[in-house]
Design a binder for this molecule. Structure first.
Ligand code: ZN
Length: 463
């Protein structure tokens, strides 16, 4: 009996699979990778000569709804699941980890369920959820247990946000551990940031001095505290958007001591230095933590190359320019967050691969394989037989001058506006369907699915 024909063949691209690159055809059937071989024939074919075929990017960190401050009256982010999905697919991103934060008096369970509902009707990109914890009222443990029972595998805390009882934080992280979840942590120390901000304000400092308001020591202190919690409880932890060399050294020491600590960084910290804040539109680039110095940038690239940083997450946190400008006179209240989903891959290609700091194989590890392993994302993050046919076909020689006003994000601008980046997605495939090609997103709202997550215990112990 002969096999049914392949639905699709990606022909003659340089396929980055595992730790190697091969010129092979990728055969797809029923949304899965069915075969890697030569001279394959399919009902539909894409000629990928001259291009790289990579696993679709797994971005563990996006914001497509409320912010931790929405409960305090701040607006929601500029992208929702639909515009965010379009932005993702155009950027070669096929799976996103959504940060689900409570609004008003919602608990964490209600926040995740609200986002699940929105994603069901609006998402075109596959997704999973991190339950954002900004306080730990009585009943939190039950909510964590409930989420775990529904297959959710992660909690997100913002170490800045709690003036709440510290043992409540430790308790929540330990509860997450008991239910097989990993805790993601935004690491900055509130008291140190508060003091540094007031000091710069007293000196009449403007946006150009924004980085001084959130110094590396505040990041390192929070990482060290997280490591202490990790050591005491044995809970696995994941530092989101690490920016500073000192903080990376601290995380590395924890890891050498055998602690289950994972590290993520963000394109913003890999592609720019703090000098951008001194430019006339320096407010555009404001994020938390701030952009650091040249030595930090190089330390982060080395960390990606040597494995001490596991993942790159975009922390896509989009605002329109108007929203960005709203608090421009107040250093403490500058609106933080930037849109980076659509530019993440070309930024990493240009500054990473073309600049000789990382190989394409490392790029694949830190943008897909590692995140899929850490979060137990079934059938995601690699080009192998049986995996979902989530692929990005990247043209390494396509150069574009970035112009955020023409991009998919509702932000309407990019932090890289006017910068020339190379290595753009030509096609993106999600479960075998072409969802982006010829400059167009070809997907409907609601097409995205929630990704099944396997139990995590084994996945981080296997590192
Ligand atoms: Zn974030």
């Amino acid at each position: 009996m002969s096999e049914p024909p392949l639905d699709m063949v990606i022909r003659s691209g340089d396929v980055v699979a595992g730790d190697a690159r091969h010129r092979v055809d990728v055969g797809i059937r029923d949304g899965r990778i069915a075969v890697l071989g030569t001279s394959l024939r399919g009902v539909r074919e894409i000629d990928a000569r001259g291009c790289l075929v990579l696993p679709g990017i797994v971005d563990p960190h996006v914001h497509f709804s409320a912010t931790p401050a929405t409960a305090g009256g701040e607006p929601e982010f500029a992208d929702d699941f639909w515009t965010g999905s379009r932005t993702a697919l155009a950027g070669g991103v096929t799976t996103v980890g959504q940060m689900s934060f409570p609004v008003a008096d919602e608990g964490i369970r209600a926040a995740v369920e609200r986002d699940e509902e929105a994603a069901r009707s609006r998402a075109a990109v596959d997704h999973y959820f991190h339950a954002g914890l900004i306080s730990a009222p009585p009943g939190t443990a039950d909510e964590i247990a409930h989420l775990a029972g529904r297959g959710h595998r992660s909690l997100k805390i913002v170490m800045l946000a709690f003036d709440w009882d510290h043992s409540g934080l430790v308790e929540a992280i330990d509860t997450a551990r008991r239910f097989g979840m990993i805790t993601l942590a935004h690491c900055e120390d509130h008291a140190l940031v508060d003091f540094a901000t007031r000091r710069v304000q007293a000196q009449g400092g403007g946006v150009d001095r924004y980085p001084e308001t959130r110094p590396p020591v505040s990041e390192r202190a929070a990482v060290e505290r997280l490591l202490a919690i990790c050591e005491l409880t044995g809970a696995p932890v994941y530092v989101v958007h690490l920016s500073a060399s000192d903080a990376l050294d601290a995380a590395r020491r924890g890891r050498h001591a055998g602690l289950p600590v994972m590290v993520e960084t963000r394109p913003l910290y890999l592609g720019s230095t703090s000098a951008v804040h001194a430019e006339p539109d320096g407010y555009k680039q404001v994020g938390m933590p701030p952009i650091r110095e040249r030595e930090d940038v190089e330390a982060l690239w080395r960390g990606l190359a040597n494995g001490s940083i596991d993942t790159v997450g975009s922390d896509h946190a989009p605002w329109t320019l108007e929203q960005k400008r709203e608090h421009i006179g107040d250093l403490a209240c500058l609106r933080k967050g930037v849109a980076e989903l659509e530019t993440m891959l070309p930024l990493l290609w240009t500054e990473g691969v073309v600049a000789g700091r990382i190989t394409p194989e490392t790029l694949v590890r830190v943008t897909a394989t590692n995140a899929a392993r850490i979060f137990g994302l079934r059938n995601k993050g690699s080009i192998s037989v049986g995996a979902d046919a989530d692929l990005v076909i990247l043209d390494p020689n396509e150069h574009r001058l970035v112009d955020g006003s023409g991009m998919e994000s509702a932000a309407g601008y990019s932090v890289y506006d006017g910068r020339r980046l190379q290595g753009w997605p030509r096609w993106t495939l999600s479960r075998g369907d072409v969802v982006y090609g010829d400059g167009e997103v070809i997907a409907n709202p609601g097409r995205g699915r929630r990704v099944q997550q396997d139990e995590l215990r084994r996945t981080w112990q296997a590192r």
